[in-house]
Design a protein around this ligand. Structure first.
Ligand code: ADP
Ligand code: GN1
Ligand code: MG
Length: 370
C-alpha cells in the first residue's frame, strides 16, 4: 500500500500522546495485513521527525490493552539490554513506545479504538520481496537474536494475544467449520484446495504433538516473522529492528523460522496468482539457515531436526488461514481485490508443494550447519 488519503484524524490521535513537537501531516503507510498504520511528521524545534501511529485491529486482537502490556515489557527489556551493552543507537534497534499523557503506552479514542505511537526507524526498511541472499541472512540473524533476547525476559508468562495462534490442528478445524457454514456460498468452487489441506492433516499435528509431549520447548517467540517485520539497514543490510510485536508471546522457535522460510524462500510474492511463478530458492533457504543459526544457538535437537519442515508447516497453516478467511467472506486479512485471499491460498499451497519436492535438499542444507 502506498501513501494515500488519511481516513483517521491522526492529528487528534497524536494529541493524545506526549509528542514533543508540532503535527505537520500524516499518510497511510506500509503493507501490513492487520493494523491501520500511518506515518506522521512532526516539527520538533525546526527539525522534521516522523513517527508511526497505529490503530490496533481489535477485531484480530481482542485484548489490545494486554497486548500493549506485552509490547511494553518486551521493548523495555530490549532497550535496557541494548543500553547495558553500550549500543550507541539503542532507540533505533528496538521499538519504543511513546507514552500517552497518562503514561500508558497506548491511548483510546472516542470511538473505542486503541492507538500507539512508535518513533519511525530511519535509514532502514522492510521488504515484501527480498533482493539478495545477504538480506535473507541478516533478517534471519535478527529474528534469532530477538528470540535470544526474549529468552532473558523475566517475570510472568506473556499474555497470549491470539489464543491458539499457531495451533495448526485448530486452524484445520476452523477450515472445516468454515466449509460447513459456507456463509458466502464459496465452498463449492474450492474442492481442490480443501482436498489439499485435508491430505496434510498429519503434517498439521506434527510440531503441535512434539510441543505437547515436551520434546519441543515453549519459548518467547515473535510468531509473525514475515520478512517485512524486520527492518534492514539501507546501507549495510543489517537487521536493525524487529517490528510488529503484537504476537510476541509463548510459542515455538519453529513458528518463527518456518515463517521466515514461507516469506523469504519463495521465487515470488505471497499473493502472486500464477502458480507457474512459484518455486523455492534453495540459496535463499540456505542463507536463512546460516543467519538464523548464527544467533539461535539455543535450539535443541528436535527443533533443529524440524527446521526444514517448519517452512512447510507455516506455509500450510497460512494457506489454510487464507482459505478459511475467503470462505468466511474476507473478515480477517485486509484484501485489495475480491479473490485476494483465494490467490494467496493457492500461492501458499503451491509453495508447500515446492517444499515437498525439495525437502531432501533442504534437510541436507540444514545438516551442513549442525
Ligand atoms: P501489521 O500488523 O499491519 O503488519 P506492522 O506493525 O507490521 O503492522 O506495520 C506495518 C508496516 O509499517 C511495516 O511493515 C513497516 O513497513 C512499517 N512500520 C511499522 N513500524 C515501523 C517503525 N517503527 N518504523 C518504520 N516503519 C515501521
Ligand atoms: C499477517 O500483520 P502482518 O501483515 O505482518 C498475520 C500473519 C500472517 C501474515 C500473512 C496477527 O501478518 O499471521 O502470516 O499476515 N498476522 C496476524 O501475510 O494474523
Ligand atoms: Mg507486519
Amino acid at each position: 500500500m502506498s501513501a494515500s488519503a488519511v481516513s483517521h484524524d491522526i492529528r487528534s490521535i497524536a494529541a493524545l500522546f506526549d509528542m514533543r513537537g508540532d503535527f505537520v501531516q500524516a499518510s497511510v503507510f506500509g503493507s501490513g495485513h492487520i493494523n491501520d498504520t500511518y506515518c506522521a511528521w512532526f516539527d520538533q524545534a525546526g527539525q522534521r521527525l516522523r513517527y508511526v501511529v497505529q490503530r490496533i485491529n481489535h477485531n484480530v486482537f481482542k485484548q489490545p490493552v494486554q497486548l500493549m502490556e506485552n509490547v511494553r515489557r518486551v521493548t523495555q527489556h530490549a532497550l535496557a539490554a541494548l543500553q547495558a551493552q553500550g549500543n550507541p543507537e539503542a532507540y533505533r534497534r528496538t521499538l519504543t513506545c511513546i507514552p500517552a499523557h497518562d503514561g500508558k503506552p497506548y491511548a483510546i479514542d472516542a470511538g473505542g479504538n486503541v492507538w500507539r505511537v512508535y518513533p519511525f526507524i530511519e535509514r532502514a526498511r522492510g521488504y515484501d520481496e527480498l533482493e539478495t541472499n545477504e538480506q535473507a541472512y541478516q533478517a534471519a540473524r535478527a529474528f534469532g537474536a530477538f528470540q535470544k533476547l526474549a529468552a532473558t525476559l523475566g517475570g510472568q508468562r506473556l499474555h497470549e494475544t491470539i489464543p491458539d495462534f499457531h495451533n495448526t490442528p485448530k486452524r484445520l478445524e476452523a477450515l472445516e467449520a468454515a466449509i460447513a457454514a459456507n456463509t458466502n456460498g464459496r465452498a463449492a468452487e474450492l474442492a481442490d484446495e480443501v482436498a489439499f489441506a485435508r491430505a496434510r492433516a498429519a503434517d498439521c499435528s506434527r510440531v503441535f504433538g512434539l510441543i505437547a509431549a515436551g520434546i519441543i520447548p515453549e519459548r518467547v517467540t515473535h510468531n509473525d516473522t514475515k520478512l517485512n517485520n524486520v527492518l534492514l539497514d539501507d546501507v549495510t543490510a543489517e537487521g536493525v529492528c524487529v517490528i510488529d510485536l503484537d504476537t510476541t508471546m509463548p510459542g515455538s522457535a519453529l513458528y518463527d523460522f518456518g515463517d521466515m522460510v514461507r516469506t523469504a524462500a519463495p521465487t515470488t510474492r505471497e499473493d502472486d496468482p500464477d502458480p507457474a511463478n512459484i518455486g523455492i530458492r534453495l540459496d535463499r533457504f540456505e542463507a536463512l539457515v546460516a543467519g538464523y543459526l548464527s544467533t539461535a544457538t539455543f535450539l535443541n535437537e528436535a527443533e533443529r531436526a524440524n527446521l526444514a519442515f517448519s517452512g512447510k508447516l507455516l506455509t500450510l497453516e497460512c494457506g489454510i488461514r487464507f482459505l478459511t478467511d475467503y470462505l468466511d467472506g474476507d473478515v480477517y486479512f485486509k484484501i485489495n481485490r475480491p479473490a485476494h485471499n483465494l490467490d494467496r491460498c493457492r500461492n501458499q499451497f503451491a509453495f508447500v508443494k515446492a517444499i515437498e519436492d525439495n525437502m531432501k535438499a533442504m534437510e541436507e542444507i540444514v545438516s551442513r550447519y549442525q
